[in-house]
Design a protein around this ligand. Structure first.
Ligand SMILES: NC(=O)c1ccc[n+]([C@@H]2O[C@H](COP(=O)([O-])OP(=O)(O)OC[C@H]3O[C@@H](n4cnc5c(N)ncnc54)[C@H](O)[C@@H]3O)[C@@H](O)[C@H]2O)c1
Length: 312
């Protein structure tokens, strides 16, 4: 049985802890906040640490997931990989593509899996959409329009919305089109002035031929919006990431496939554990994490230079 240690038990990390407990894979928890380390250690009856080094030295773990703020991902992941642990880093994998490349090198050297928390790939309507694209019955996929909008959350924002949230849709767009964008044009800004980083972004990604992705992300909209509209030459498929509902519009008819709700994080962690057990590549590779950060950097560069960035 694979044993996983979770580093960071805050707003999101506590979900990692719960899911690994349900999978009977939870080995230990670590949080620099003593109260949190103790709280989750007690709740799930596993050892709790405030020191990452101590957890890595004392516990017989196979893997670690990193749910700490983005600016800490690189240093923590470099340490866990060098110490020989398979590692899942929450998004963004690193705050710079340069650091992402260094992590890829570290994972190769250690011969360990390095993967990133691009959870939307595991969201059932998105996996289903990927299958529809491959089946080709709806014609050519031309446009992906994403909306990821909500009021700003409580946690410390050490990166702006592009690296924090748009990266999900950047990765999903690249995965669904099966390629990387050739051009990036974006406008980003700050609506809530005390913030150091941007809190809204409008992004246009140009893929080969006419394929385009349009991404709207903000921390302003009062309600939580997470939608994707996929425009094919013969149909339009609307997806709601939250309700997991899919609507397929063909001509004047609309159909909605029925399927059971499944927690994307559970599916994501099962896949991570499966990749470790089967000694295979994970669905999300470290290169995917690197490339999403590279595109996020191009988004910010495009906005500040007011010009498109050509990725070639
Ligand atoms: N995949 C998703 O859908 C999703 C959703 C939310 C957050 N996230 C990601 O999860 C990560 C954490 O986000 P959050 O909302 O839980 O943040 P948070 O601020 O709520 O929690 C971070 C936790 O990490 C702890 N911590 C910080 N530095 C540490 C260190 N060096 N060692 C040990 N513990 C440390 C803090 O004490 C805190 O408990 C971020 O990378 C975020 O982007 C992903």
């Amino acid at each position: 049985m694979v044993r996983v240690g979770v580093v960071g038990t805050g707003g999101w990390g506590k979900n990692h802890v719960r899911v690994f407990d349900e999978l009977q894979c939870l080995g230990a928890v670590c949080d620099m906040d003593k109260a949190r380390a103790e709280q989750f250690s007690k709740k799930y009856r596993v050892p709790g640490y405030t020191s990452l080094d101590e957890m890595l030295n004392k516990e017989k773990l196979d893997a670690v997931t990193i749910c700490t703020p983005a600016s800490t991902h690189f240093a923590i992941a470099r340490k866990t990989l060098a110490a020989g642990f398979h590692t899942l880093v929450e998004k963004p994998m690193t705050t710079s593509a340069k650091d992402g490349q260094l992590l890829i090198d570290e994972a190769k050297k250690a011969n360990r899996i390095l993967t990133v928390g691009f959870i939307e790939r595991f969201n059932p309507p998105i996996s289903e959409l990927k299958g529809m694209i491959a089946a080709g019955k709806m014609g050519d996929l031309i446009l992906l329009e994403f909306h990821r909008e909500n009021k700003r959350g409580e946690r410390t924002e050490d990166v702006g919305i592009v690296k924090d949230a748009s990266v999900h849709d950047i990765d999903t767009a690249c995965w669904l089109f099966g390629e990387q964008p050739k051009s990036v044009y974006a406008r980003v800004g700050v609506m809530y002035v005390p913030l150091e980083h941007e809190d809204f972004a409008t992004i246009l990604l140009g893929f080969s031929g006419q394929k385009t992705a349009f991404l709207v992300t903000n921390w302003v909209t009062p309600s939580r919006v997470r939608t994707l509209s996929a425009v094919f030459s013969k149909a339009v498929v609307d997806v709601d990431f939250v309700t997991q509902q899919t609507s397929i519009h063909e001509g004047t008819a609309t159909t909605s496939p029925t399927r059971q709700f499944q927690e994307p994080l559970m599916l994501e962690m099962k896949e991570f554990v499966g990749a470790i057990e089967e000694k295979r590549r994970p669905l999300v590779t470290a290169e995917d994490g690197f490339r999403a950060t590279l595109v996020a950097e191009a988004v910010l560069a495009s906005s500040s230079s007011k010009t498109p960035i050509y990725m070639e």
